[in-house]
Write a protein that binds this ligand. Structure first.
Ligand code: PMP
Length: 445
């Protein structure tokens, strides 16, 4: 493969964009493929190389790079007739009604422009609603590039995970291990009266894809109810991907007070949203007193794309297709690993998948060890123990990024370059694509 143009573009980009990119994960080495265009399940780079794409925009592209016709027409129409006004439009009402009809926790919704903006606003809303300052987050969870959640350590010693955040801010955030009900009970025991919200991805999707153990979200629900705290599900990735139109919350049978959305809900355009019980969401200004605002919020092109995206999923076999191919891929890679790299683990559900380069990665949902002892030496079933999202620290990240990812790319398959970020199957992928991908895995492994 020739990469001359991508290399030249990266050289130019490095002079005017920090790290040559506008989002850190994109700076793959030695230089990223600069994309010229998408085509179904493929992207074509500036040098004309064609790749089978599982990055899928990091999650939004449920249909791959060719949106269904109604999405494309709606985008053209709204882009050419505006594209935006700073005044309300019918399409945002329709989109809100659709989400409220399908997602158990949502009676009302506020649309914003990114997943980060959604979680920032959700945290402010929870604090405003409860009159409390502290939030509980999960170690290994991710809620975007925001001050309240870029916090490392534990509940006793929270600290900013990046320069630029005052340590005083981090004191209000209590990180606990995911899948550990005792840790959640302890943090409520100690800080219960001060906790505004527990903010949790129903499935950790940025740390190797960690499924919740049975009853975990139910326990969080009870703890929040007992202490008057809000349960906030961050469904930025899982929303309209896991559990179909009901989102991940419908599969776990737990209704959060507030849900944050992003990615798919905007049909490939910048989006975020905060949904939940009317009584809570109505605390946002101008209905209530918790300030929230945005020039581009509810952008007509985004609302139209998102609405047509979801309507198409409601009327076609979209989830059946992507989930079936997701399962085929996970099972296929699992077979290959058994043979070639039994020290690695396949993780994922529905149309999400990843191969994590450690045996300490979270096992599949069904596999979880009942004892939960986490004693590697004494437990014969340690490999299948419940995992927290912090246990993948031992993964061979260098080997994934510098060797495996490069090898897959050389074979024309683009995966997410970060070892812990999910990959996605789209409606544009076919059974032949899965075969081709498994062949590439076989060679690369
Ligand atoms: N929450 C979760 C669970 C995410 O995975 C992400 C980003 N992938 C965000 C929030 C932030 O979304 P955005 O990048 O759109 O700001």
């Amino acid at each position: 493969m020739n990469h001359e143009r991508s290399r030249d573009l990266y050289d130019r980009a490095l002079s005017v964009l920090p790290g040559g990119v506008n989002s850190s994960v994109r700076a793959t080495q030695p230089y990223p493929p600069f994309v010229a265009r998408g085509d179904g399940a493929h992207v074509v780079d500036a040098d004309g190389n064609r790749y089978l794409d599982y990055v899928m925009g990091y999650g939004p592209l449920l249909y791959g790079h060719d949106a269904p016709e109604p999405v494309q027409s709606a985008v053209q129409k709204f882009a050419s007739e505006g594209p935006m006004y700073g005044m309300p439009t019918e399409v945002e009402v329709e989109h809100a009604e659709f989400v409220a009809r399908h997602v158990p926790s949502v009676e009302m919704i506020r649309f914003v422009n990114s997943g980060t903006e959604a979680t920032v606003s959700a945290v402010r809303l929870a604090r405003g609603y409860t009159g409390r300052d502290k939030i509980v987050v999960m170690q290994g969870g991710y809620h975007g590039a925001q001050e309240s959640t870029l916090v490392a350590g534990g509940p006793e010693n929270p600290r900013p995970s990046t320069p630029g955040i005052p340590p005083e801010f981090a004191k209000h955030t209590l990180p606990i291990p995911f899948n550990d009900p005792a840790a959640a009970e302890a943090v409520f025991e100690e800080h219960g009266d001060d906790i505004a919200a527990v903010l949790v991805e129903p499935i950790l999707a940025n740390k190797g894809i960690v499924m919740p153990v049975d009853g975990y979200h139910q326990r969080l629900r009870e703890l929040c109810d007992d202490h008057g705290s809000l349960l906030v599900f961050d469904e930025v990735i899982t929303g309209f991907r896991v559990g179909g139109l009901g989102c991940a919350q419908s599969t776990f049978g737990v209704t959060p007070d507030v849900t944050t959305f992003g990615k798919i809900i905007g049909g490939g355009f910048p989006v975020g949203a905060i949904g939940g019980k009317a009584e809570i969401i109505e605390r946002f200004t101008p209905a209530g007193d918790v300030f929230q605002s945005g020039t581009f919020s509810g952008h007509p092109v985004t609302m139209a794309a998102g609405h047509e995206y979801l309507k198409f999923a409601a009327e076609n076999d979209v989830y059946e297709h992507v989930n079936r191919l997701g399962r085929r891929l996970r099972e296929g890679v699992e077979d290959l690993l058994e043979d070639r790299a039994p020290e690695y683990t396949v993780v994922g559900t529905d149309s999400m998948f990843k191969t994590v380069f450690t045996r300490d990665a979270p096992g599949s949902f069904e596999d979880h060890c009942e004892g939960g002892c986490r004693q590697r030496d004494s437990c014969p079933r340690f490999d299948a123990c419940p995992k927290t999202g912090a246990d993948v620290a031992a993964a061979e990240t260098g080997r994934w990024e510098r060797i495996f990812w490069q090898e897959m790319k050389a074979q024309g398959v683009l995966l997410t370059a970060n070892q812990f970020e999910s990959q996605f199957v789209s409606y544009a992928h076919t059974d032949e694509d899965i075969e081709e991908t498994l062949e590439a895995y076989k060679t690369a492994l």
